[in-house]
Design a protein around this ligand. Structure first.
Ligand code: MG
Length: 343
């Protein structure tokens, strides 16, 4: 197994602001693995609040004994092995998992979606995310969103209604809301949820603090629209506590350590009677195509990474009528890889 990696600063189209802090790019570790004559690509998107960095990713890669990973891959065992090397660090573990899934598909000459039993005909539309901003900037951002059939809106401050009214003055598309744990009072939150329901909001991510299981469960009992755990769930093992506390979960490959465990989370959610949104961080076509391969198994998709960023080093995913078009290509179906990317 031959491993190459490349640090890559993925630039955001619009600066991402949280109170006094503004971020204009996201560090990625791009990964190339060559094995049995084929090449697989993976990606770690290391958004700063998750605690991974170029340094931690490089240090983790140096811990891996690649001879321990042999084809045919046992993904469950591979993830256990990576977990045994160091706790946490789900993004760099996801990069390895995604690259190996790409190789697996290429060696089987099958697309990853087919290997996971996902039918492209069931692909949900993908939403386009609008961050917290002034009405003027929100109007600008909405112009970039014209190809999308659903808008995802970040709420959780004191101007939630103003943001929704601004968007509603411009478009009638269905809305997803991400409250990012921003609602502290459950009575106010349920009133707002009913108001949002009347405004055409069809799901809400993480209404209250991730540790407030009772508060979120109280809302779930009463909400007319699905409430989903995002910050409250990272990996498969986190799911046992959540049954009944939410209508569903937000699976992200950068939290789940990649496609294998992301798929396991989808299956477990189904066994709990829960719905699934598959989402992404700031990601290129590489990681979002990996998520798109699982998206037909989910209720909703939020895979807008390549359209929120400026310098995707790969070809943008095929996209039509607000949906990813999964191509009949082996592995991830990633194209547009330039020869200098891993020099
Ligand atoms: Mg979220």
């Amino acid at each position: 197994m031959k491993i190459s990696c490349r640090q890559f600063e993925l630039e955001l189209k619009h600066p991402f602001s949280i109170s006094k802090f503004t971020r204009t790019s996201t560090p990625l570790m791009l990964l190339k693995i060559e094995h049995e004559g084929v090449t697989g690509y993976g990606e770690a998107s290391m958004v700063p609040y998750m605690g991974e960095s170029y340094e931690s990713a490089a240090a983790f890669l140096s811990l891996v004994d690649w001879d321990k990973i042999q084809y045919p891959f046992d993904f469950k065992e591979m993830i256990s092995y990576l977990d045994s090397l160091a706790p946490g660090q789900p993004a760099i573990k996801a990069a390895i998992d995604i690259a190996l899934n790409d190789i697996n598909g290429k060696l089987l000459n099958k697309p990853c979606y087919e290997i996971y039993g996902a039918d492209p005909a069931n692909m949900p539309v993908t939403s386009y995310t609008i961050g917290i901003d002034t009405p003027e900037v929100i109007r600008e951002k909405l112009k970039d969103a014209e190809a999308f059939k659903v808008i995802k809106v970040k709420l959780g401050r004191d101007n939630d209604q103003e943001i929704i009214e601004t968007i509603r003055s411009m478009t009638n598309v269905p809305l997803y809301v991400d409250a990012n744990q921003g609602w502290a009072d459950k009575i106010k939150a349920i009133d707002l949820i009913y108001w949002l329901h009347n405004q055409g909001v069809v799901l809400i991510e993480q209404p209250m603090d991730k540790n407030n299981l009772d508060g979120n469960a109280w809302l779930t009992e009463r909400s007319p629209i699905p409430l989903l755990a995002d910050e409250a769930v990272q990996r498969l093992a986190d799911m046992d506590d959540l049954k009944g506390a939410y209508h569903g979960i937000n699976v992200k490959l950068m939290k789940s350590c990649g496609m294998y465990e992301g798929h396991q989370m989808i299956l477990k959610a189904r066994s709990f009677g829960m719905k699934v949104l598959i989402g992404c961080m700031s990601e290129t076509s590489c990681a979002t195509l990996a998520a798109a391969a699982l998206a037909p198994l989910c209720n909703w998709a939020d895979l807008d990474g390549p359209w929120l960023t400026k310098n995707n080093p790969f070809t943008d995913p095929a996209f039509e009528n607000g949906k990813y078009i999964l191509k009949d290509l082996p592995g991830l179906g990633l194209t547009g890889i330039t020869s200098d990317l891993f020099l």
